[in-house]
Design a protein around this ligand. Structure first.
Ligand code: 5GP
Ligand code: ZN
Length: 118
């Protein structure tokens, strides 16, 4: 797996920084967000370092499919009926960690529209 030693999420995947794991397979690692915005707030990341959604290509996009499979399995395993998946790409969208990640948020009624995005 291609890990970046300066990347926070690569270091979490490598176990150098502790995290509360919720799911893991060959391609995907998922853990609880350290500052949850909802009762359920997990981060799903590819084990291979991809900086952001803008850098998804034909060569690496299988990781994204694996992430959505992992999200589906987690929802099934934890009986989560309704959830939102969020990806922030780039500074204006609020991406703060430059390793592709999908937020899985659940456990509360969520609004829609610009206001709900903060
Ligand atoms: P972004 O803002 O890039 O979309 O999301 C990054 C997320 O990573 C934030 O929700 C933030 O709370 C979370 N985060 C940042 N550092 C850590 C950490 O060290 N451990 C965990 N579990 N989450 C983190
Ligand atoms: Zn990384």
């Amino acid at each position: 797996m291609a890990l970046d030693k300066d990347c926070l999420f690569c270091r979490i995947i490598a176990g150098e920084i502790p995290s509360a794991k919720v799911y893991e397979d060959e391609y995907v690692y998922a853990f609880k967000d350290i500052e949850p915005i909802a009762p359920v707030h997990y981060l799903f990341v590819p084990k291979d370092h991809i900086c952001c959604a803008k850098k998804i290509t034909a060569e690496n996009s299988a990781a994204v499919a694996k992430i959505f499979e992992a999200i589906s399995k987690t929802a099934e395993a934890e009986n989560i009926e309704s959830f939102r998946v969020i990806n922030n790409c780039g500074e204006d969208a609020g991406q703060s960690v430059m390793h592709l990640h999908f937020h899985m948020v659940a456990g509360k009624k969520m609004g829609w529209g610009e206001q709900s995005l903060g």
